[in-house]
Design a protein around this ligand. Structure first.
Ligand code: GTP
Ligand code: MG
Length: 414
């Protein structure tokens, strides 16, 4: 078990990137730094190189790579973290040159997920993603470097340290897939039951650290863990929420998104993300105080599209409005500004949810006084009556009808 224990000293990491001009390299590196710190590293330096694309064999040009090796030696770096996905060859060559462990952005994100997984399903999903990512990268490993023991990228939720035997890994992948399939079946059954009971779901999605869990807690007292760290939430939490029009919905908090989210992770978390797909309404929460807010919204929208949610109603929620915000250029129709921390704007948000959520029906039991013939007539006409009974104190109805109609006669509900 000591394989997973953090060393006393934080790992000293150097962050590196090739600036191809494809995206804002500095912003991406700043995010990589947050990821590295979240994973427990201490960032001691940065090194970038402008190139059309990373070198196929070495990632950097050879001159720059030598500089990196020197920097690592002089500053006693433990790890180099690369802000893109490395091919197995690039990783091997870089490690040979810099003589410390080299990991890429995907491995780093997977490592954070591995540390944060709580539920059984979450752990299985992360382990599956890690094994699938590592499998093609094993050739040539088992060298001195990969035997250095723990550290970022080697932690996993499985029972053993991340395996290095391909045959064993393939077997484990198969068995994880089977287990996850079983869990997904159970999840689908729960969802089917909710749909049968006509419980509508509203899902909170958005970039990591946007304040999704804070909003969830504000609205439902769910007590979800909130942290100023990336990927505090992995497992979905759902709680009942009563809207201003009296409708009861299920609110779901989900795992956060990030740009260039590892594909394996999206795959592995598909069943969790299905919650978003099956929801009636999506709240896309973003951090309005973050200069990258527009980009974050785009990333989330693109991932939602990939999941097949493009035709669902979405409310864009600009959170952290208590902080100085410069999202003036980001006028999104129908959006709402809130501070989940202070509670500002929540009434407007709830009203917007009620307005946007398609009208729904509910099944209720009523006792209607014989004096109110109009109520009985309306419910019989527009609702679906399961059973009725002429009782001493009124007409008993077991009926499914629009919530608006039920609301009108809510005093008769029993
Ligand atoms: N100033 C301010 N801070 C906020 C607000 N809402 C959330 N935060 C802070 O933002 C940080 C992240 O909040 P979370 O609720 O954990 O964010 P999340 O979107 O659930 O993050 P992940 O689960 O990691 O994806 C915490 O430090 C919160 O206290 C807000 O309205 N204003
Ligand atoms: Mg959260």
């Amino acid at each position: 078990m000591e394989f997973y224990e953090n060393k006393q000293e934080p790992e000293k990491a150097v962050l590196v990137a090739v600036d191809t001009g494809e995206y804002d390299c500095d912003a991406s590196l700043a995010e990589l730094e947050e990821l590295a710190v979240t994973a427990g590293a201490q960032v001691i330096g940065f090194l970038t190189q402008k190139r059309d694309k990373p070198d196929n064999a070495l990632f950097f040009g050879s001159g720059r790579l030598n500089e990196l090796a020197e920097y690592c030696e002089n500053n006693e770096a433990d790890t180099v973290i690369v802000d893109s996905e490395l091919s197995p060859t690039q990783q091997r060559n870089m490690e040979d040159a810099v003589k410390v462990r080299v990991i890429d952005r995907t491995t780093l994100i997977l490592d954070i997920f591995a540390q944060r997984a709580v539920s059984n399903e979450g752990k299985l999903q992360v382990e599956l993603a890690q094994l699938k990512y590592n499998l093609p990268r094993l050739a040539g490993q088992g060298t001195k470097l990969s035997r250095l023991g723990g550290g970022i990228g080697t932690r996993g939720p499985g029972e053993t340290k991340l395996e290095s035997d391909k045959r064993h890994i393939r077997r484990r992948i198969k068995s994880l897939e089977n287990e996850l399939e079983e869990l997904e079946k159970r999840r689908n059954m729960q969802r089917a039951r909710r749909e049968k009971d006509r419980v509508e779901t509203v899902v909170i999605v958005g970039y990591t650290n946007a304040g999704k869990s804070t909003l969830m807690n504000r609205l439902t007292q769910a007590g979800v863990l909130v942290e100023d760290k990336l990927f505090a939430t992995l497992d979905p939490t759902s709680r009942a929420l009563v809207l201003p029009d009296g409708r009861k919905v299920m609110l779901i908090d989900t795992v956060g998104f990030i740009r260039r989210l590892p594909h394996n992770l999206v795959e592995a978390f598909k069943s969790t993300l299905e919650e978003a797909v099956s929801a009636k309404l999506i709240l896309n929460v973003c951090d309005a105080s973050d200069p990258e807010c527009g980009e974050h919204l785009e990333v989330t929208e693109k991932l939602l599209e990939e999941l097949g949610c493009e035709n669902k109603p979405i409310i864009t929620v600009f959170n952290k409005c208590d902080l100085p915000c410069d999202s003036a250029g980001l006028r999104v129709p129908g959006s709402v500004g809130i501070s989940a921390l202070r509670g500002d704007g929540l009434d407007t948000l709830l009203e917007t949810i009620a307005k946007t959520l398609p009208p729904s029906r509910a099944r209720v039991k009523m006792l209607i006084p014989y004096s109110d013939g109009a109520a009985a007539a309306a419910l019989r006409k527009d609702g679906a009556v399961f059973s009725e009974d002429y009782r001493a104190d009124g007409l008993f109805l077991d009926v499914t009808a629009d919530v608006g109609l039920i609301d009108r006669y809510s005093s008769y509900c029993i």
